[in-house]
Design a protein around this ligand. Structure first.
Ligand code: ADP
Ligand code: MG
Length: 271
């Protein structure tokens, strides 16, 4: 059990989308239904499926941003719902998220430097001088320059903003990152560079990724294991090569049939 950094057990999420005038739910969307999965430390699990299949909802449940209607999320064996005080703060530090649109996590009125230091301030980590030094180190690590610290998010390209979001996530030294369509909006060559950065960071820091994507071409290059979702349910999960070479479910076969074949034996994503 302790081999697995993260586990979902029977995770279900219902959204009430309409209520009667007495407050009784009249329409419920079952976004996620009874999902079980485990992600081993230092590996990448890709979560794939069509739009609306529940990937983001499951990712948000796992990241602690959405409370499941039923089921459990465990991090290193601990039920996330039971956490409070210092242990909840520690969970919030260890699990970070990167979304498709970094505008949703970057305040347009705060400089990039402030954005990267925010988490360290909230978690009361380091002295102000140390935060500043760490922020500059993080900018360099994600391929940006120290003078970028004083600029605002709108002054950057999409790829640079995603690097800023990565630096912001890394500032808290997380163990686990949920990346939800994190490279989906980027041009092919920029996408390749950001994926390489994520792969390098994983190798360097032993990070664990839940990589949510509808882009199977990308998934094939970066995932250790792949989980397929359809209509809120996990329908197949396995080693990346097995899923692509010998999928069990007809649904998975249809999904990957449309993906162009990459160069065999290449691990890293290249444009
Ligand atoms: P995906 O990321 O695979 O596109 P989502 O998790 O975003 O799927 O959505 C799964 C289902 O849940 C969809 O039917 C979506 O409309 C619904 N849904 C997602 N978030 C909410 C919400 N906050 N309120 C109501 N319904 C939602
Ligand atoms: Mg989504």
């Amino acid at each position: 059990m302790t081999d697995f950094i993260l586990q979902a057990e029977g995770v279900t999420k219902d959204y009430v989308v309409a209520r009667s005038f007495l407050g009784k739910p009249t329409r419920v969307v079952q976004a996620v239904r009874g999902v079980n999965l485990s992600i081993a430390a230092g590996t990448t699990l890709a979560l794939v499926g069509e739009s609306g299949s529940g990937k983001s909802t499951l990712g948000r449940c796992i990241a602690g941003l959405v409370r499941p209607s039923a089921g459990k999320i465990r991090l290193a064996g601990h039920d996330v719902r039971q956490l409070s005080g210092a242990s909840l703060l520690s969970f919030r530090r260890q699990v970070q998220t990167i979304f498709q649109d970094p505008y949703s996590s970057l305040n347009p009125r705060r400089t990039v430097g402030e954005a990267i230091m925010d988490g360290m301030v909230i978690h009361k980590l380091y002295t102000p001088e140390e935060r500043h030094a760490r922020m500059l180190g993080l900018l360099a690590r994600v391929g940006l320059q120290s003078d970028h610290a004083k600029r605002f998010p709108h002054q950057f390209s999409g790829g640079q903003r995603q690097r800023i979001a990565i630096a912001r996530a890394l500032a808290l030294e997380p163990r686990f990152i949920v990346a939800d369509e994190a490279v989906s909006a980027l041009d092919v060559s920029v996408k390749a560079q950001v994926l390489d950065l994520l792969a390098d960071l994983q190798a360097e820091k032993g990070l664990t990724y839940l990589f949510i994507s509808h882009d199977l071409g990308v998934v094939r290059h970066i995932a250790d294991r792949v989980a397929i979702m359809a209509a809120g349910e996990l329908i197949e999960e396995g080693e990346c090569d097995q899923i692509f070479e010998a999928p069990v479910e007809g649904y998975t076969r249809d999904l990957i049939a449309a993906v162009p074949r990459p160069d065999p034996g290449r691990r890293r994503f290249r444009a």
